[in-house]
Design a protein around this ligand. Structure first.
Ligand SMILES: NC(=O)c1ccc[n+]([C@@H]2O[C@H](COP(=O)([O-])OP(=O)(O)OC[C@H]3O[C@@H](n4cnc5c(N)ncnc54)[C@H](OP(=O)(O)O)[C@@H]3O)[C@@H](O)[C@H]2O)c1
Length: 408
């Protein structure tokens, strides 16, 4: 009977708690801890109603390492599953090291003071985790997460070398609000307003945010969307671990309405992360903006449509012949809501977090050290995606079309 401690009772935490509760044979005991206890309790009531399972709840400020260590020593969980914010990654890894507990997250560390995320901070824990015999899995959401597993799977079963990688994240859903973000607004807006970086012949090339875009027609009638090139954290780990990749890009769909609102908010200074003094109090504009925007966790009831996230990859197949693949998942917002009461963005993050935790708790992926998801064998994870709500499709693609898309 394994015990998982989930940290973070937001949109993703809601899904993770439900999905872990569904997989009784792996997750024998579940505790949900977060800054606001009432949010944990509300999720526990929903989990009980949907799955008839009891989950324990605790209040925790995960920035406070001694408090987290005390909680870990009291509960002795087998794994900390971090779905709080990227700011909490390092304090939670410190607490896990001190208490001797394995660790998993879905987003890499970022300092609140600087909107720039990179893996160096977490990779620096490699020796300490290995020496203590502990295991950490970084980035077990969808992107990063499933996109890395898709790449590892294509490399294991189809390619001998991958040369280009284009990750395409389309949200074809409509939530009915003039402006809202799909996940934590502060983290989301920091990500999309940052300069774009893509991998080109051994180095990252920086371009202006949102300056490169193209139209993309998703399979299975999801629709045609304008997708924008932006930086995303898995580009850093994938190009490090798969050095044959010559060009790697990440694309995300945005509606013109979203971009119009974002431009205005940027122009008036509402997306800034430097504190401003208002009536004698220091306020971070972006944090204030988060407080007035819709809570992404509440968008489920109104969101209709589907997401389509996947990888277009080109390279040499196992016979040395140039070829192209498209590997993707399509997820329906309304189906997710019926199952767990959440929209598809939280769902597509929460399900892979549960599956990554399952691989670790079963021992399949439990090796000492700090690992990105593509460093593990992808097969059992791919099987579990099919089983637990994120079925995938693998298609051979026309090579010329894939190259044109990638800009090669
Ligand atoms: N890989 C992917 O595909 C992917 C996709 C989407 C999101 N994500 C990541 O998933 C994570 C969760 O996103 P979300 O949309 O669920 O965010 P969210 O709705 O804002 O939830 C975050 C939760 O963390 C809690 N929290 C914040 N600071 C804390 C602290 N110091 N101690 C304890 N709890 C704390 C918050 O507590 P309060 O409620 O009290 O504020 C909130 O309940 C983020 O790191 C995000 O970047 C990954």
């Amino acid at each position: 009977m394994k015990h998982v401690l989930i940290v973070g009772a937001g949109g993703v935490g809601h899904v993770v708690a439900h999905k872990c509760a569904q997989v009784r044979e792996t997750f024998g005991k579940i505790t949900l801890a977060s800054r606001t206890l009432s949010k944990c309790d509300a999720i526990a009531v929903e989990v009980k109603n949907r799955t008839d399972r009891d989950i324990a709840t605790r209040q925790l400020d995960a920035d406070d390492v001694p408090s987290t260590v005390a909680l870990l020593n009291e509960l002795r969980p087998d794994l900390v599953l971090n779905v709080a914010l990227p700011y909490q990654d390092l304090p939670l890894m410190d607490a896990c090291l001190e208490a001797g507990v394995d660790y998993l997250d879905t987003a890499n560390y970022e300092s609140p003071e600087e909107a720039k995320f990179e893996y160096s901070h977490q990779w620096a824990y490699q020796d300490r985790f290995r020496e203590k015999g502990l295991s950490a899995l970084l980035g077990s959401g969808f992107d990063p997460g499933v996109t890395g597993v898709f790449t590892a799977y294509a490399l294991k079963h189809h390619f001998s070398e991958i040369h280009t990688l284009d990750i395409i994240d389309v949200n074809g859903g409509d939530h009915g609000h003039p402006f809202a973000t799909n996940f934590n607004p502060e983290i989301n807006i920091r990500e999309v307003t940052a300069p774009c970086r893509h991998w080109e012949n051994g180095e990252f090339v920086e371009t202006e945010a949102m300056s490169t875009h193209q139209s993309f027609t998703c399979p299975e009638d999801v629709g045609t969307y304008e997708i924008y090139r932006m930086y995303h954290e898995e580009l850093e780990s994938l190009t490090k671990h798969i050095p044959t990749i010559r060009r790697a890009q990440f694309w995300m769909s945005f509606s013109s309405n979203y971009l119009k609102h974002l431009e205005v908010l940027q122009n008036v200074g509402m997306t800034g992360i430097e504190p401003v003094t208002y009536q004698g109090q220091d306020i971070v504009p972006l944090q204030f903006l988060k407080a007035v925007l819709p809570n992404p966790g509440d968008l489920g009831a109104s969101t209709k449509g589907r997401t389509c996230i996947g990888n277009i990859m080109t390279g040499l197949d196992k016979n040395g012949k140039e070829s192209a693949l498209y590997l993707y998942n399509i997820c329906d917002h309304e189906t997710c809501f019926q199952e767990v009461g959440s929209q598809a963005i939280s769902y597509t993050t929460g399900v892979p977090a549960m599956i990554g935790a399952k691989q670790m708790l079963s021992g399949n992926w439990r090796k000492p050290g700090v690992w990105n998801i593509e460093q593990h064998d992808p097969d059992a994870f791919m099987t579990d995606l099919m089983k637990y709500g994120l079925p995938w499709t693998l298609r051979e693609m026309d090579l010329a079309e894939a190259r044109r898309f990638s800009g090669k």
